[in-house]
Write a protein that binds this ligand. Structure first.
Ligand code: AMP
Ligand code: MN
Ligand code: MN
Length: 325
């Protein structure tokens, strides 16, 4: 089976998820992936607010990065848990692997809603549709099926997920349907200009860090690949370094960009591609996963030099497959 194919039973399964969530009387935990992005935070917070509006005992377990912390209110956070109570339901959102779910163990009745082609379809109900631009787009459908009344408080995080995963409607996943959904969400009172502005806010240290990161830019394979990394001395600024792969991907003539960050457990690699090259294939070679144009991996127990070697090998193989080398 092609993991990137749309789910033919999308609506049937989503209706089932809605029925299950409406019927549940016990606690519902909503969690998302480690290093959460706008889609992770937006889709999970949107669903959490919807379930609360239905009067459910819902818990939102997430730790948003600084640039998304304006979205939730203090009282909406729940602490991470080691064990779910008996009879609990877990909704895992935007999580390509069960091991990527953070803050809660993957147990109880598990509902997996995601759009990563590499998702192994874990859980009791798995709605995984890589044709969707964002998990937030899927959550929009779910909220409709739940019959919750749309408010700006619910629409804002949901639209955030769509905005961030489509690069503000610039990526190829921006279908007519995505634009229609976004238009509908804006109609519920989202302050779009304020939201997109706010999502780009970064602390002053970020702009200094950008200079350091840009000084590591290197070109490989005649400029087909552009790389950069977080300099060793800038490690404590790591929280703000998520965007840099999106910055270097605009080097003229490049088809792959890779940003590397050394962490305790290994080196985190963010990959973006275009022109028939698959970031997903590269990530899979590095035991990661993701989408065709945007994917990632964490290389365990390696230093930065070794990580570069592994990345160059994996990229070369994919460039050969795509006919560039
Ligand atoms: P990032 O480079 O972290 O922004 O990730 C790009 C895309 O790949 C996102 O959709 C991530 O959820 C996904 N991704 C990143 N790392 C991994 C991994 N180790 N396994 C599976 N998916 C990943
Ligand atoms: Mn994500
Ligand atoms: Mn996503």
């Amino acid at each position: 089976m092609d993991g990137n194919a749309p789910d033919p039973r999308y609506w049937e399964k989503m209706r089932l998820v809605a029925e299950v969530l409406k019927a549940v009387e016990g606690p519902i935990y909503i969690a998302t992936h480690v290093d959460p992005d706008g889609d992770a935070i937006g889709s999970s917070l949107g669903l959490y607010r919807s379930l609360k509006a239905l009067g459910k005992e819902a818990y939102w377990v997430a730790e948003p990065p600084r640039f998304l912390r304006f979205l939730p209110k203090e009282e909406e956070y729940s602490d991470p848990v080691d064990k779910l109570p008996v009879g609990a339901t877990l909704v895992a959102l935007d999580s390509a692997e069960p091991s990527r779910v953070v803050g809660v163990p993957v147990e109880g009745f598990v509902i997996n809603i995601d759009h990563h082609g590499t998702n192994p379809r874990f859980g009791h109900i798995a709605v995984v549709d890589p044709s969707k631009a964002a998990t937030a787009q899927m959550v929009k459908d779910l909220i409709d099926l739940l019959g919750v009344e749309w408010t700006a408080e619910i629409a804002t995080p949901v639209l955030t997920g769509i905005l961030t995963d489509t690069g503000n409607f610039r990526f190829a996943n921006t279908t007519p349907e995505v634009l229609r959904v976004a238009a509908e969400l804006v109609g519920y009172g989202v302050k779009l200009a304020e939201l997109t502005d706010r999502l780009q806010f970064r602390p002053p240290s970020y702009f200094r860090l950008m200079g350091q990161v840009l000084s590591t830019v290197a070109f490989h394979f005649g400029g087909l690949l552009v790389t950069a990394h977080l300099p060793e001395e800038a490690k404590r600024e790591e929280e703000d370094s998520d965007d840099f792969v999106g910055l270097i991907r605009y080097v003229e003539g490049s088809v792959v960009s890779v940003f590397l960050r050394k962490r305790e457990e290994g080196v985190k690699v963010s990959i973006r591609s275009r022109g028939g090259v698959s970031a997903q294939n590269i990530a899979l070679k590095l035991e990661g996963g993701g989408h065709v144009p945007a994917a990632g991996a964490t290389l365990k127990d390696v230093d930065l030099d070794r990580a570069y070697e592994l990345v160059l090998e994996a990229v070369a193989e994919e460039l050969r497959r795509a006919g560039y080398l």
